[in-house]
Design a protein around this ligand. Structure first.
Ligand code: UDP
Ligand code: MG
Length: 334
């Protein structure tokens, strides 16, 4: 390698050497309890890989001491980069901010701060990447410490997405924990939509991908910010960002009820001709009116969901605001 670099001017050489091969991107929101433990577990794993690396910690507007901890880690270890967002933007955007600031030349690894994604899996991801895959995504073997309700709803969500998701194939039991080659990352970063359903975006980018199995541990400390309401919203996000299927549902519901109405009408005419018209049917009238009202409101709601997203995208706002960025320091070669 050194002889390869010889013809380049020294400044360029330095710039080339200064970039780490791997970046680990970690979004964190109120993670002061786990962050030191996370870093302590990450460092030996990354050192064993034997490539220059950095870790990009993104503070997503934490209300606790997370930022101070990150800066303390940066002071001790120059392989740490810190991106502090101006407020809480949510995990998907915090992750994007971290990926934007990743200096890695070759590949990035995305991992949660709460130690649910064990850093010990990273060498397996790297091994898969070395075999030539652009994306190595960690697939959970077991969901420990999660309620049956959460497991069932997650399974249902993946099934629904598969049905209506069209061309983009969402791998099941897969979170954001993954490794991406630089070119896959660049492709991902070209997608700047406001409504970021990361799992879907990862899948949309494509490239040769391979799952790596691991056991997902329960959260080490702190608590999950994903209550059912947020998960429901995430599912809505996933569905509306990747398919216009629900809009078609509206069309077919309309067609179906119109068809039913015609049949019912014909039947009424025949009945009136044959048996006269004893006026009755307040209950059936009410039922039909209420049913149609419900269907109309629901389809309007679906249209509204999409319209709202169109509205948000048209504003062209930046995805996030960085309050402070402390880059990691030049890596010694090798
Ligand atoms: N996170 C974040 N911003 C948020 C919520 C979460 O950066 O608004 C981070 C959080 O610190 C963690 C990761 O995203 O590193 C996953 O969050 P969490 O553990 O709450 O989600 P779960 O593991 O339950 O999916
Ligand atoms: Mg978690």
């Amino acid at each position: 390698m050194p002889s390869d670099l010889a013809p380049y001017p020294p400044a360029l050489q330095a710039a080339t050497l200064a970039r780490p091969a791997l970046s680990v991107v970690v979004p964190a929101y109120d993670e002061q309890e786990v962050l030191p433990a996370f870093h302590a577990r990450l460092v030996p794993v990354m050192e064993a890989i034997g490539l220059p690396w950095e870790v990009v910690y993104v503070n997503d507007g934490s209300r606790d001491g997370t930022l101070a901890l990150m800066l303390a880690l940066r002071a001790q270890d120059s392989r740490v980069a810190v991106v502090n967002l101006s407020r809480n933007f949510g995990k998907e955007i915090a992750l994007t901010a971290g990926l934007d600031h990743a200096a890695a030349e070759q590949a990035v690894i995305v991992i949660d701060a709460d130690l649910q994604d064990p850093p010990e899996v990273i060498p397996d991801l790297v091994a898969a990447w070395r075999q030539g895959f652009d994306v190595a995504y960690a697939r959970r073997r077991a969901r420990e410490g999660e309620t049956w309700l959460k497991k069932a709803t997650a399974a249902a969500f993946y099934r629904v997405m598969k049905r209506i998701g069209g061309k983009v194939d969402l791998p099941a039991d897969t979170g954001d924990f993954r490794l991406m080659s630089r070119r896959a990352l660049d492709a991902l970063l070209a997608l700047r939509e406001q409504h970021r359903f990361m799992k879907g975006l990862f899948a949309w980018v494509g490239f040769p991908s391979i799952p790596v199995l691991y056991d997902r541990a329960p959260r080490a400390a702190g608590e999950t910010k994903w209550n059912y309401w947020r998960l429901w919203n995430l599912s809505l996000e996933g569905i509306t960002a990747f398919t216009v299927g629900p809009l078609k549902v509206a069309t077919y519901l309309g067609l179906f009820t119109a068809f039913g109405a015609v049949i019912y009408g014909v039947q009424l005419i025949i009945r009136t001709i044959l048996f006269g018209n004893p006026v009755a049917g307040y209950p059936s009238l009410m039922a039909v009116v209420l049913f149609l009202g419900g269907v109309q409101l629901m389809t309007l709601g679906i249209i509204g969901e999409y319209l709202g997203r169109v509205f948000n995208e048209t504003k062209r706002r930046p995805l996030y605001i960085v309050e402070r960025h402390v880059p990691s320091e030049a890596q010694p070669p090798g």
